[in-house]
Design a protein around this ligand. Structure first.
Ligand code: SF4
Ligand code: FE
Length: 483
């Protein structure tokens, strides 16, 4: 099958009968739900852009395993150029959606599972790499969207998975059968899982020998029996139900998270990629997290481009664009945003081949990338709010703006420069509100903090990869110290 169009993608998701709950009710038609649809539209963009000739090199690649052109979101990276193209593609998708477009987690899981299964098979004589290749080519051939589910709910953080009061707080195998395994547990914060055809489940952390049942990785389709999702609330989410496109700020695109429950889900043998080889759980986590930390040097930069643009437009509309401090704030925002991009490109350029042949980013630089992402978008948002002014949170609703009595009054008093309509001024402020405080703040702000691992997770990796011993040797050599 050739690459899907955006419309074909939407219809393919419509056909999957998923079990989804929101506001205490089962969602019968998630594809057309006003709260959920913008998030589906964001993934659709990864299909639409791949159809455009001007983006073909960035959005697609030739799969060495099938010989066919595939969407880059299903590609196994073959070079540092592939790694850099990935980041550039994510920046483009961020610019076109100003939201999380979700499909990267599957791409990052693909590349982490590809190399880890290869090395696990070599050590244990298992058959996981072949299982994964079969699954991967199926996804490439059918241009599927795959969610990558890593984060367990984790219970008491001081206890290992097997030592929790409730054994289900980490997803685990509850039954081993000749034809497969049965698993139970939950994965939290699953962005885009309801917009995916398949989900790859991975362990959430390194594991010891007692956590054998928890060292499990596999893939299942989203309509698998026992799998269901509970949609997370977002700030301002019900504005999407009110029918005011203007008040939402970014009405077309978004991202939605779900707490995903695996209630005795059966996984057939040929869909298993790790099953009890505890020492490879850590490798899988480290590689997936590394790839996803690289990803943030692309996607958040693209969203940052939109926010910087919005702040500059707000300054134009306020008549403040010539003020030197406003110009300087826009420079600072650009500097911070491009620093993140530098990190994304740098960890890609310094990538190395794994034993399996695919390319892995430089892990130290990828963790530095994400560590910066936990900070800079907050400063970019702060500066955008500074430039926008208080009206971004005090402006009347669209309903008031359309009211025959109130509309002309709002139009008169909330005008900035005379040549710009009040409506346009309000629209750009709503976009800044959406990105800094509304539904998109989940993807731009809090996800920058906690997505792909919270800041401390990167600091642990930076301390492991930083090679302090080597730095000490350098200092001693320069100081002519002989011990
Ligand atoms: Fe992709 Fe960024 Fe969303 Fe992760 S947070 S899925 S990298 S857009
Ligand atoms: Fe994310």
């Amino acid at each position: 099958m050739a690459l899907m169009t955006g419309e074909q993608y939407i219809e393919s998701i419509r056909k999957i009968k998923m079990e989804i709950y929101m506001f205490g009710k089962k969602v019968e038609n998630p594809v057309d739900d006003p709260i959920l649809r913008p998030s589906l539209n964001s993934v659709r963009m990864t299909y639409d852009l791949a159809q455009m000739p001007e983006y073909q090199d960035l959005m697609t690649a030739i799969s060495p395993y099938t010989g066919k052109r595939v969407n880059r979101f299903t590609h196994i990276h073959q070079s540092t150029e592939d790694l850099m193209n990935k980041v550039k593609m994510q920046r483009l998708c961020g610019q076109k959606t100003a939201a999380c477009f979700q499909r990267c987690v599957g791409m990052d899981a693909f590349n982490a599972v590809f190399s880890t299964t290869y090395e696990c098979d070599k050590a244990h004589g298992t058959n996981y790499h072949e299982n994964f290749r079969k699954f991967m080519t199926y996804c490439q051939d059918n241009d599927l969207t795959v969610d990558g589910a890593m984060t367990d709910t984790k219970g008491d953080r001081s206890l290992a998975p097997h030592a929790q009061a409730d054994p289900d707080l980490f997803l685990h195998v509850v039954e081993r059968r000749p034809d497969g395994v049965v698993v139970r547990g939950a994965k939290a914060h699953q962005t885009g899982i309801l917009n995916s055809h398949e989900v790859i489940v991975m362990p959430t952390q390194s594991m010891g020998p007692d956590d054998k049942d928890y060292a499990i990785s596999f893939a299942v389709p989203l309509d698998t029996k026992g799998l269901y999702m509970i949609i997370g609330r977002q700030s301002c989410d019900t504005r999407k139900r009110e029918g005011s496109e203007m008040d939402v700020g970014n009405s077309e695109f978004g991202g939605v998270e779900a707490l995903t429950i695996f209630d005795n889900v059966f996984v057939p043998n040929d869909r298993i990629f790790l099953n009890g080889e505890t020492e490879f759980a850590g490798m899988l986590v480290e590689r997936f997290a590394g790839y996803h930390r690289q990803s943030y040097g692309g996607c958040k930069v693209g969203v940052g481009d939109v926010l910087i643009g919005a702040a500059a437009v707000a300054a134009d509309y306020n008549g403040a664009n010539k003020a030197s401090h406003v110009k300087d704030k826009l420079i600072e925002m650009t500097h911070l945003n491009e620093t993140l991009f530098c990190c994304g490109i740098a960890c890609s350029a310094m990538g190395q081949p794994t034993e399996s042949g695919n390319y892995l980013i430089d892990l130290l630089l990828a963790n530095v990338c994400k560590q910066n992402v936990t900070r800079f978008p907050y400063e970019i948002v702060r500066l955008a709010e500074d430039i926008a002014g208080g009206l971004m949170v005090t402006a009347p609703s669209e309903a008031d703006f359309r009211d025959p009595k109130l509309g002309p009054v709002i139009d008169k008093y909330l005008r900035g420069v005379a040549s710009v309509t009040t409506e346009n001024r309000l629209r750009i402020l709503r976009l800044i509100e959406n990105l800094s405080l509304g539904t998109a703040a989940v993807g731009y702000r809090t996800e920058s903090m906690h997505g792909a691992g919270s800041p401390q997770a990167q600091r642990i990796m930076i301390s492991r990869q930083g090679n302090l011993a080597h730095k000490k040797e350098l200092a001693k050599a320069i100081a002519h110290i002989k011990e």
